[in-house]
Design a protein around this ligand. Structure first.
Ligand code: PAF
Length: 301
């Protein structure tokens, strides 16, 4: 497959690139059958192409949005430095069989003359990423709601890598009665365990090694809970923290939480509660990374 840029007229087996909301709506309106939306911030890697691959098995057409969303970055965060590779991204989407790629400008999605709207899920977004990045989830909810209103997809793919985001968006969809089926995509890892992330591009070789501390900490937690039967969450959290610190990671958090409510646990009961979620976040140099792993319980739905 190849990509057509500029005009959105679809040619045989080509990926249509749209840049305005009007073009995107018109392209969507012409698609028959089920549609899946894969929202991304670009700098696409194999994890993203896995979203497209899985969605192609579910829907007749897969649409990908590539938009570095400014409202989910706080002051002093890496919005300006966030990796961008739009032309390569469009090619990757085409190769993966996407029917369309939507690459709007900031003014297109956030018209400067219109008053803005906040969408918040306070019970799920105050803690963890929400605490480290105030306003982050409001920005995520706002852009995802916009994309859903533009495309009205049947399926919305979301990565388990951004675990809290997944739970927050699910809650938004349920409360606002937005009719779309969420497809959870398992985290894709490099052979050595590092979770794929667009931000990995910003790591140098030495930082790349140190970044392994996030996934190693999670594996340590899994071994303590599943093999050694550790039930004290604080003991597991302390062990995760030590692994990260041994890799010179500036730890934001290393915690065990309830997989649905993200609430704190008094006891780890993987078999009774259907599992717990271990979450890690920290900085390697100036690059902030997150990861997570389900411990015990059934596999992700
Ligand atoms: O997960 C991401 O890449 C972003 O948060 C999303 C969902 C595309 C919204 O900008």
């Amino acid at each position: 497959m190849t990509a057509t840029t500029g005009q959105h007229a679809r040619q045989d087996m080509q990926t249509v690139v749209t840049r305005t909301v009007g073009q995107a709506r018109e392209h969507r309106a012409g698609l028959q059958g089920k549609v899946a939306l894969v929202p991304t911030m670009g700098a696409l890697h194999d994890g993203h192409t896995e979203h497209i691959r899985i969605c192609r098995g579910l829907a007749d057409h897969v649409l990908v949005s590539v938009f570095v969303n400014p409202t989910q970055f706080g002051p002093g965060e890496d919005f300006q430095k966030y990796p961008r590779s739009q032309e390569v991204d469009i090619k990757k989407c085409a190769q993966a069989g996407a029917a369309g790629v939507f690459t709007p400008s900031v003014d297109e999605l956030y018209p400067p003359t219109k008053p803005g709207v906040d969408i918040e899920v306070p019970s799920l977004s105050a803690d963890l990423e929400g605490q480290q990045r105030p306003g982050h989830f409001q920005g995520v909810c706002r852009v995802v709601a916009k994309l859903l209103n533009i495309f009205h997809p049947d399926f919305l793919s979301l990565g388990q890598k951004d675990y809290q985001q997944l739970r927050v968006i699910e809650a938004m969809l349920a409360d606002l009665m937005m009719h779309v089926r969420v497809v959870e995509i398992p985290t894709v890892r490099e052979p050595d365990g590092l979770a794929m992330s667009s931000r990995n591009r910003s790591l140098d070789a030495e930082q790349r090694q140190r970044a392994l501390g996030l996934s190693k900490a999670l594996r340590q937690a899994r071994s303590l809970v599943e093999e050694e039967g550790e039930t004290d969450p604080q003991a597991v959290e302390q062990a995760m923290c030590s692994v990260m610190q041994a890799h010179q990671i500036d730890v934001d958090y290393a915690v065990l939480r309830h997989p649905k409510t993200l609430g704190e646990l008094t006891c780890v009961e993987p078999t009774l509660t259907g599992g717990v979620i271990a979450l890690t976040a920290g900085r390697v140099g100036t690059v902030r990374l997150i990861d997570n792993m389900r411990l015990g319980g059934p596999a992700e739905k």
